[in-house]
Design a protein around this ligand. Sequence first.
Ligand SMILES: [Zn+2]
Length: 191
Amino acid sequence: MMNIVIVKDLIKYAQRAENEGLCKHKSGNFSILDRSTGLVYITPSGFYRSDLTVDDIVISDLKGNVRENTNLRKPSIELSMHLKVYLKRPDVNAIVHTHSPYATAFAVKGIKIEPVTSEAYFYGKDMEIVPYFEHGTEELADAVSKVIKHVDVCLLKNHGILTVGDIIENAFLKAIYVESVAMIDYLSKTL
Ligand SMILES: [Zn+2]
């Protein structure tokens, strides 16, 4: 059985992330793990967030066995990255992956965002930089899962960012705050 509360929450924050400018068009992906059933709800691959309905959300178990989707959607190509993070972090039940511009600029350069304003406390101030691997590969999933044990934020080299949380709202807020701290850090350095 699909948990409709989880599905609606996932769509709400995926669309909110788009409205806040964290990701555009078809980039970025979002998931929630229901620990009571071991099922992961993830946004579909190559699909506009503004068009998402409950029947577009894809459900997988933690081993990557994907259930047939009502609207025949495929899971995000980053499903494996999400699953490997859940396996490493028993405290994490939601993952947000975006290509938000300021944070991604730091990721491109491989420079950590300095905790220059108080929003950084919300995500624990620190982050890891994950080396570049092609989108959707096991290598990328492995590289993220290797470092996610110690931080709630990863900068993915030449790609984007990943944040985790106990609930989707918190993973989303971390992504928001990482982007705003990155912007302030960048702007203040250029003054
Ligand atoms: Zn991406």
